[in-house]
Write a protein that binds this ligand. Structure first.
Ligand code: HEM
Length: 184
């Protein structure tokens, strides 16, 4: 392959049927998600920091995937602007999905972008699940069990599960894409 070769995907876009990410959620559950997320949104940097601090404490191997974070000494990671910036970016992405909760087409497109970049980084379903479970845990700790009651926790589990389902469905498309890359 020459250095300047260009590639084009020939995967038909309609080939994969994506699950309707929000289809399983009742209207009441969507409202709970939106209302509880307001708290996270308004404290995004702090949630972002704690989310990734905890993710790396519980799964130190994940850090190897993060070229810009793994070079920071472990004891300086929590509170480091680079970690906070990354965590905040993830919170903003989830915010975009929640803002578009009533528009499955837009939600799928948003998640497709995340799936594409994370497929290349070999981020697995289990890794996504671990991150989402930590997020739910943080919300329970910070918002208390009156706000994060059983109904809210169930809604969040459903939401994150569907989100991950869509991304993993996107991965299938990425696999095909990779196989069908042709030089032109
Ligand atoms: C709901 C879950 C997640 C969301 C919404 C999310 C979102 C993002 C976004 C928006 C970026 C920056 C844009 C990009 O480069 O794609 C990013 C980068 C990245 N994500 Fe995620 N992510 C999630 C979960 C994870 C997990 C579980 C891992 C691995 C354990 C991971 C690994 C990475 C890596 C390695 C980068 C590149 C960081 C760098 O710039 O060095 N992500 N993610």
């Amino acid at each position: 392959m020459s250095k300047n070769s260009k590639y084009r995907s020939v995967t038909p876009e309609t080939d994969i049927v994506y699950p309707d990410v929000m289809g399983l959620l009742e209207e009441e559950e969507k409202k709970i998600i939106q209302d509880t997320w307001e708290n996270v949104k308004s404290d995004a940097t702090s949630y972002g920091n704690d989310l990734f601090t905890r993710l790396f404490n519980e799964n130190p191997k994940y850090l190897e995937k993060f070229a810009s974070l793994r070079i920071i000494p472990r004891n300086k990671l929590s509170g480091h602007p680079r970690l906070i910036a990354h965590g905040t970016q993830v919170i903003y992405t989830i915010t975009a999905v929640i803002d578009e909760i009533g528009f499955p087409g837009i939600v799928t497109e948003l998640l497709f972008k995340v799936a594409r970049s994370h497929f290349k980084r070999q981020v697995s379903r289990q890794m996504f699940e671990n991150l989402c479970n930590i997020m739910i845990g943080l919300m329970i700790e910070r918002l208390g069990d009156k706000v994060m009651n059983k109904k809210a926790i169930d809604a969040w589990k459903k939401f994150f599960n569907s989100m991950i389902d869509v991304m993993i469905a996107c991965y299938k498309n990425c696999e095909k894409d990779q196989m069908l890359m042709i030089e032109f």
